[in-house]
Design a protein around this ligand. Structure first.
Ligand SMILES: [Zn+2]
Length: 288
């Protein structure tokens, strides 16, 4: 339980609290992707690669710009923790925080996934989501969040009195990235970042604002698909939490493999161009 407030409310407390919120980044101010143009090329595409991610492990794959990538639930409900990098420079990577600020707590059809500063640009666009029917449930939960960070052995160590669990998503991603890039483990770990929680069902409790999870509604055959805006390196962990209905950071949950498919469309979306790096001049107001 959090402690009760110790400050007396001011006389105009209710008036201050009654002020209507304003959406920080209204959708009509965002340079949104032309979803129809992307979807028009999906009917004619060729499967070029399939990657299987074993349970409680991670795997990497490459998606050339202009290709589609599907992340599938294959054998049973399973959550995936996704990292994305610029294939040619892994300093540029998915920026969960800004993606959340621009799109909301959970991402879906038509949403763009952004990269970190100073690159900040859309690096992927979500083009299909078989769970888009879910919306928000009565608890305020939804799928594919960009609010969680990833399960990790450091938090587990703090919360479990010195536990040493090695198959948290953070460690799985670190091992897979190290293997792919040849970077030493500690070096690779620096590049592992806050994830897109594919298929995970989460929210914040209305009364205490605490991060919650509940059993994912995902079923075999469901998938989340994105279009690669730049050449990407994908890395995803099949979370030890399984469907994340009860716990993670242990080997107790039922876990399943996940499948990643890369598709090459016969043609590119009408008018599409790979977005350039962010145009801000980086002077921060200081004259050269
Ligand atoms: Zn995890």
């Amino acid at each position: 339980m959090k402690p009760d407030p110790i400050t007396q409310p001011p006389s105009d407390a209710s008036a201050r609290k009654a002020i209507q919120p304003v959406v920080c980044y209204p959708r009509d101010t965002l340079p949104l992707a032309d979803l129809a143009a992307y979807r028009a090329v999906r009917d004619d595409m060729e499967l070029v690669e399939t990657v299987v991610i074993p349970p409680r492990e991670a795997a990497t794959w490459e998606v050339p710009a202009g290709h589609f990538c599907r992340m599938l639930c294959s054998e049973g409900p399973q959550v995936g923790d996704l990292n994305l990098f610029n294939l040619h420079d892994i300093e540029e990577r998915f920026f969960s925080g800004k993606t959340r600020a621009l799109n909301g707590t959970h991402v879906g059809l038509g949403d763009q996934l952004f990269s970190n500063f100073p690159y900040m640009r859309p690096i992927a666009t979500i083009t299909h989501d078989t769970l888009d029917w879910y919306g928000f449930d009565e608890f305020g939960g939804s799928v594919h969040d960009v609010i969680g960070t990833r399960c990790d052995p450091y938090t587990n160590n703090l919360l479990s009195n010195g536990g040493q669990y090695h198959h948290c998503c953070h460690s799985n991603l670190t091992r897979a990235l190290s293997q792919k890039t040849g970077l030493p483990l500690a070096e690779a770990e620096r590049h592992v970042h806050d994830v897109l929680n594919v298929f995970m069902c989460t929210g914040f409790t209305r009364d205490t604002g605490q991060y919650f999870m509940k059993a994912s509604p995902v079923r075999p055959g469901d998938y989340l698909e994105f279009f690669a805006e730049i050449d990407l390196l994908g890395c995803m962990s099949a979370c030890p939490g399984g469907d994340c209905s009860a716990q993670h950071s242990s080997d107790t949950a039922a876990c399943y493999p996940m499948v990643v498919e890369i598709y090459k469309p016969k043609r590119l979306p009408e008018g599409w161009q790979s977005p350039p790096r962010n145009g801000y001049d980086r002077s921060h107001g200081v004259q050269a």
